[in-house]
Design a protein around this ligand. Structure first.
Ligand code: NAP
Length: 514
């Protein structure tokens, strides 16, 4: 049995008192213990603020970018070991494990690349300067400077490596030290990556700290220069947002929460269209990849009424071909859920949806005596307007077909009933329909992915979060935003409007004119 330790104040330390026991989701065998009790969080915040921040800010954006590239390489060197650990500790297939681990190293490398476009300065120039007074002598220029605090990152269990890396990439490049807290059920993988990061010696002391375990008092230590980036359920997000200390100090809290992502099949996409094949394979992938434990996975499938039976049959055929089982076996395409708690949540959630739907394949039952397995599940709503389909996120391999009229307005109304989403995917070869739906759902979604025959062999699936594109969503999805190239640095930077004599302001802060 391994004890997972936290890395704070320059040393590794196991927690004291009651610990949480982690299990292999396939065999239910105990694999590790974890506790954050006794970790001196106040000292961790001080070490980060006093040592890590100044050391990071001593160099500029480009040097920090080079450091991200080196971190990406250091983690990649352990790829095989990490893939095996993911299979064992998180129940992922090898392909799911690559999605997490290669996604992490790819995102670190992408931010290293974005950094090459930035001046090696202590600040970023934000837009053009402008005249403020009667004459151009009184001039204004916005700049962005690194905050002098700690970036606290609270991550979800489903992407233990990517979630940590995508957040770290943005804060470290911005010049803010991090305290990473992984989701406990899959913390073993995050802990091993944290060891690799520390052992690499690439980051100055205090720039990277790792708190493994519950760490429920993290936000009690935050101050006005700190910020929090959280990924997880909307319930936890709301709880964190109301933390009295964070409220008192107006700590910026970025929330990436859950989302009832919709896939919309356009009325023009018939069975012969390449876009139809794309729709079927993407929906199947979303339901089964990481056993559906993906914030971007499709949960609601909007299908024109007259096509529902045909689409249901085709999707069932796709899902029933998926081999579910031990993720260590080569032919397995879907592994177990990540934990016993997940199994309980998912089976209960499918049961609630099934009460208002027809079960087309799969169902709410556990499918094995050992291990946290359920079957890929497809439902058909009896009434697509029923609240349950637009309110309950089943964070597992389950989605529901919602019939709609085929009119753009109906698709828009149903998609937006999710109350705010991370991504909606839309399949159509008709530009007019695609444009109308895209504009109609954009206010409610952080990303709209449009699939057509022209993209059939070109696009990454809608569930893939790319560092170049914004990731987040309004309302239920948390109201936060991450990534999107250099936009992803914004939570870690203070925007300051510098006003003064044009000659001086432009020379000091005017970017290219300097
Ligand atoms: P969760 O239960 O909300 O937990 C998320 C993180 O918050 C974990 O690290 C958890 O720690 C921590 N946490 C919980 N209560 C806390 C508190 N009072 N103080 C400080 N930290 C606290 O969510 P999850 O089960 O890990 O993840 C699944 C959910 O995340 C799904 O709803 C999914 O849609 C969402 N998600 C969203 C995105 C996105 O980008 N929008 C991405 C992935 C997942 P412990 O694990 O120790 O409890």
């Amino acid at each position: 049995m391994i004890t997972l330790e936290s890395y704070t104040n320059g040393r590794w330390q196991g927690g004291s008192g009651e610990s949480v026991s982690l299990r292999n989701p396939t065999t239910e065998e105990h694999i590790a213990e974890v506790s954050s009790h006794g970790v001196d969080l106040a000292a961790a915040f001080s070490w980060g603020r006093e040592q890590g921040g100044p050391a990071l800010r001593e160099v500029g954006f480009r040097k920090r970018g080079e450091c991200l590239k080196a971190l990406s390489t250091a983690i990649h060197e352990h790829r095989e070991e990490l893939l095996d650990l993911s299979i064992q500790s998180a129940g992922t297939t090898r392909s799911d494990a690559k999605f997490d681990i290669d996604g992490a190293t790819g995102t670190l490398a992408a931010y290293a690349h974005f950094a090459k476009a930035i001046e090696e300065d202590a600040f970023l120039v934000d837009g053009e300067g402008g005249q403020l007074g009667r004459t151009p002598r009184f001039w204004g220029q916005h700049i962005l400077v690194p905050k002098h605090g700690i970036a606290v990152h609270i991550n979800a269990f489903n992407f233990p490596v990517w979630n940590m890396a995508e957040k770290m990439a943005c804060s470290l490049l911005a010049g803010m030290p991090v305290i990473e807290k992984p989701g406990t059920p899959t913390a073993m993988l995050a802990w091993r990556v944290a060891q690799i990061i520390v052992e690499s010696g690439l980051l100055p002391g205090g720039a990277f700290q790792f708190v493994c375990g519950g760490a429920r008092t993290l936000l009690d230590h935050t101050g006005p220069q700190d910020c929090v980036a959280f990924t997880g359920s909307s319930r936890t997000g709301a709880h964190l947002r109301s933390n009295a200390n964070a409220v008192r100090h107006n700590v910026h809290i970025n929330i990436e929460a859950d989302s009832l992502n919709a896939a919309i099949l356009g009325p023009d996409v018939d069975a012969d269209a390449e876009a139809y094949g794309l729709f079927l394979s993407n929906v199947q992938l979303d339901i089964t990849q990481k056993a559906g434990q993906k914030c971007t996975a499709v949960r609601r499938i909007l299908v024109p009424e007259e096509r529902v039976d045909e689409v249901a049959q085709d999707l069932c055929a796709h899902l029933e071909r998926v081999k579910v089982g031990d993720p260590a076996e080569r032919e397995t395409r879907m592994g177990p859920l990540a934990s016993a708690a997940q199994l309980e949540d998912v089976t209960r959630g499918i049961g609630r949806l099934a009460a208002e739907a027809e079960v087309l394949t799969g169902g709410p039952e556990r499918t094995s005596e050992k291990g946290y397995f359920v079957a890929p599940t497809l439902l058909k709503a009896k009434d697509p307007g029923q609240g349950v389909f637009h309110e309950i996120e089943v964070f597992g391999p389950c989605a529901t077909i919602l019939p709609y009229s085929g009119e753009a307005g109906d698709a828009i109304a149903l998609a937006n009933r999710g109350g705010g989403g991370l991504v909606a995917s839309l399949y159509s070869n008709k530009r007019g329909f695609a444009e109308e739906v895209c504009l109609g759902i954009s206010p409610w979604h952080g990303r709209v992915w449009i699939g057509s025959d022209k993209l059939a062999d070109q696009a990454s699936p809608p569930g893939t979060v790319l560092p170049q594109s914004y990731h987040g969503g309004p309302g239920r999805a948390g109201g936060g935003g991450e990534l999107g190239g250099l936009r992803g640095l914004e939570p870690y930077l203070q925007r300051t409007a510098v006003q003064g004599f044009q000659g001086w302001v432009e020379k000091a802060f005017g970017g290219a004119e300097k």
